[in-house]
Structure formats: structure tokens, C-alpha cells
Write a protein that binds this ligand. Sequence first.
Ligand code: PRP
Ligand code: URA
Length: 209
Amino acid sequence: MSKVMIFDHPLIQHKLSILRDERTGTKQFRELVNEIAMLMCYEATRDLPLKDVEVKTPMETATVKNISGRKLAFVPILRAGLGMVDGVLSLVPTAKVGHIGMYRDPETHEPVDYYCKLPSDLPERDVIVLDPMLATGGSAIDAVTSIKKHHPHSIKFMCIIAAPEGIDAFTKAHPDVELYCAAKDRELNDHAYILPGLGDAGDRIFGTK
Ligand code: PRP
Ligand code: URA
């Protein structure tokens, strides 16, 4: 069974309440998605291994902690996942970024993949997959299946809003992948949109409709 972490930090919940508001415009929506992604990344990287290093301060030589060898890769699912990239890179600017292109067929709600470009050294990297929305879970499941073929050291999945249906499907398909969400919403509607949700994340980030 995967570990599912729902963030209840007041800053994240406050920002999410503004994100959900239909009156929030594209500029502020983009800023909030990045800010929430950054705050979530802070938590999702809590278990990065540390090593002791010596540093000479102006006062003396001290043994302090550095993040040890392992490297990160962020993989946004296009399009909406792109909205989270600047936020996470502001915390880990040296991370590499892969891309997976996927959209949901409007009739069947099944994911259709159209692009995949990942760092070549994935076996040495811990991957954090980014997508603001986990609805049926289909896109996330397929994206993680594709990434696993490149044998990363580990994978985590980070979304802003998850539906219970998506969490169930994802944790069944990938019980080894930790799932980080800012909120678990009530349910999906007949068009597989999350309720109460925030609407179409890609359209709200990029101002399309
Ligand atoms: C959205 C979202 C996820 C997917 C979630 O993308 O960003 O990728 O839907 O739905 P699922 O869990 O049912 O698969 P969308 O298909 O709207 O594509 P876009 O990001 O290009 O707008
Ligand atoms: N994709 C979105 O952008 N929003 C939803 O509610 C479901 C899927």
C-alpha cells in the first residue's frame, strides 16, 4: 500500500482556497500553483539523505550537514504540471526536468500519451512527478508506468487536488509510489472532473478555454 500524504499546513490550505475561487485570474492562479508546489516540495524532500561535511566558518571549523550525492529529477505531466515546475525548481535549482505529454480523451476520459523525454541518468535520480490534478488517476498511472521503464532510483507523485477515486486507482496500480496531495476532494462528476475541485487546471494556468 502506498503512503498517501495529505498536506494540511495552513499556508497551503489558504492558498488553495484562493486557487479554487472561480474569480481568481490567470496571473494569480499561476503564482499560487507555483507557491503551493514549492511548499509541498519542501515536505516531499524531507527524507533526502544527508552527509557530514566540514566547513570553516569565520570562527572555527564545524562539521555540518549537506545533501548527499543523490540527485532529483522533476517530471511534470504536460500541460498543467508545467505550472508547478518553477515553484519546485526555486527550492532545488540543480534538479533535472523531464517531460511527459498526456491528455484525457474528452469522451472516454482515458489518458492519451503524446510525448516523453526524460533525463538519461534516471537510475541515479529520485523522481518527483508533478500534476496539479489526480482525477480518475489514469494520467498519473500511465505517466508513472512510463517513468518506471527508465528505472529511476525512486518515484514520488505530487498533486494539488486528488479525488478519492484517483487515490484508490493510483495506490492500487503503484503501491510503491508515495503520493503527496494538498487536498483530497469529495468525488468526480459525470465528466470525471473533481468536485469541488478548481475546474480545468491547464485552462486556468494557461488562460485557454
Ligand atoms: C488534466 C490534469 C491531469 C489529468 C487528470 O490534464 O492535468 O493530467 O487531467 O485526470 P485523470 O486523473 O482523470 O487522468 P488534461 O487531460 O486536462 O490535459 P492538459 O493538462 O493538457 O489540459
Ligand atoms: N483535470 C482537471 O484539470 N480538472 C479536473 O477536475 C479533472 C481533471
